[in-house]
Design a protein around this ligand. Structure first.
Ligand SMILES: [Zn+2]
Length: 467
């Protein structure tokens, strides 16, 4: 092979995120893939006519960032407003928390999109926000028929079509994975609607490498501050929340949720389940593990948010190979609300990301934007410090290392996408998706991470952002 590289980045710290945690000095890309990684001398021969050589001068390279739970249409429609910002000054009343919350959208998201063209505009606006952050991939967690009559218009089938069309035309600057939604966002659903949807709804076909409808999103419960999370212990008012799935009583709703998970698994889908209360996370982990054990398919199912997770539930997730997708900015913002709702004791099993890693759970960190900022640097800082804006540390024993947090934004989300063979790390043959930072994230004070500038974003070997 005598063809020269298209791009060589050399003289820096290339955090490859490979299995051994190799830090290299240089990387070369050619034809959209990584051609070489190693020392400056290793990579130098690939530079030739037509090669752009960037001297890193100590700057750092990461794999392109994958925000594995981000509502792209909603973010584009709302930006620069974020749900958490809006609620920050309210003393934490209705709607603050894990996912805007059951019934929280009506008063927090006054956007109204309709039609594929307006949705496409929101997606492109989000693309314009994410590329300067070094983000080269994200998951749209829940778009489909369940929200076709929804209040915001951000989550319906027109969004799936808009993504597919933009991807087809090469206008997306991030790889997008989508989960289908057959119930309401943060709201009710039923086993019958899901079964009907699986039978009759045809999502747009994949656009290889750019857009893929991977599976199904299911909402198990709400969020603890709203007392809608389904919990083992009662809230201060004696209630315990409940599953959002239609049913006469707890047992009936649990049976319906299990039937939904079984049906989506049997149909060959990946399943992401929003579950926050410890009773919901226990039942969902068991239901996903049980469905998977029936045929042994490596389905890449995952639990979303997981605000309250008992050690026993973490064991089930680890043993069954079920991922955990959570947002490090939530504990620092909502720990006092959780303590108000469930008592200070509840904080013991709250947002246990360190315990999850120790138990062997695959941990992905994400923004849930527009709930939190799409800036992953803030997410890494929150995971590493567990400190809020006022400096208060929430659950210091659950702090994780910078390297672990970076894996949770790169290699593990690639696993979540079922794409770890071809993306998520800087290794020869993989997709040339890169994020260049002005400083080494492992060398700065964790609290200073959000101010480390992103200097370049590369997708498929193409520079999609440069400062
Ligand atoms: Zn979400």
């Amino acid at each position: 092979m005598h063809e020269h590289a298209d791009l060589v980045l050399t003289g820096g710290r290339v955090h490859t995120m490979d299995a051994a945690g190799t830090v290299a000095e240089a990387v070369a890309t050619r034809g959209g893939t990584i051609a070489a990684v190693g020392t400056a001398e290793d990579v130098a021969p690939l530079a030739g006519r037509g090669t752009r050589v960037v001297r890193l001068a100590g700057r750092a390279v990461l794999p392109g960032i994958n925000d594995s739970h981000l509502h792209g249409v909603w973010l584009g429609a709302m930006w620069p407003a974020l749900l958490m910002d809006r609620l920050a000054g309210t003393g934490g009343h209705a709607g603050t928390g894990g996912h805007a919350g059951t019934g929280g959208h009506e008063h927090t998201a006054p956007v109204r999109l309709a039609g594929e063209e307006r949705v496409a505009k929101a997606i492109l606006r989000t693309a314009g926000l994410l590329a300067p952050l070094g983000i080269t991939g994200y998951t749209e967690p829940g778009l489909g028929p369940g929200e076709d009559g929804g209040a915001t218009g951000c989550f319906g089938t027109s969004a799936l079509r808009a993504y597919a069309d933009l991807a087809e035309r090469g206008e997306l600057t991030a790889r997008v994975t989508a989960l289908m939604l057959f119930g309401e966002l943060d709201g009710r659903s039923s086993a019958d609607e899901l079964a009907e949807g699986l039978r009759t709804f045809a999502p747009p076909p994949d656009v290889p490498g750019r857009f893929r409808v991977a599976g199904v999103k299911i909402f198990a419960d709400g969020i603890p501050p709203m007392r809608t999370a389904w919990t083992e212990r009662p809230y201060a008012d004696g209630s315990t929340g409940a599953l959002l799935v239609d049913g006469r009583d707890d047992a009936d709703r649990e049976a319906a949720l299990r039937a939904m998970i079984d049906a989506a698994h049997a149909a060959g889908h990946q399943i992401g389940v929003h579950a926050t209360g410890d009773r919901a996370t226990r039942v969902v982990a068991d239901a996903l593990a049980t469905a998977q054990a029936r045929d042994g398919r490596d389905a890449r199912h995952y639990l979303i948010h997981g605000d309250l997770l008992s050690p026993a539930t973490l064991e089930v997730l680890a043993r069954a190979g079920i991922g955990l997708n959570t947002q490090a900015g939530i504990p620092v913002a909502t720990a006092p609300l959780l303590a108000d709702a469930l008592g200070a004791d509840a904080l013991r099993d709250a947002w246990p990301v360190r315990s999850a890693l120790d138990a062997g759970v695959r941990l992905s960190l994400s923004s849930d934007a527009p709930v939190l900022t799409p800036d992953w640097r803030a997410g890494v800082a929150a995971a590493v410090t567990r400190a809020g804006l006022d400096g208060t540390v929430r659950g210091p024993e659950q702090r994780i290392a910078v390297a672990d947090a970076l894996r949770a934004y790169t290699v593990t989300p690639a696993w979540q996408d079922g794409a770890e063979r071809w993306k998520g790390s800087v290794e020869p043959g993989k997709a040339a998706d890169l994020c260049v930072l002005a400083d080494d994230p492992l060398g700065v004070e964790p609290a200073a991470l959000p101010s480390v500038p992103v200097e370049m974003t590369v997708l498929d070997g193409r520079v999609v952002y440069e400062s």
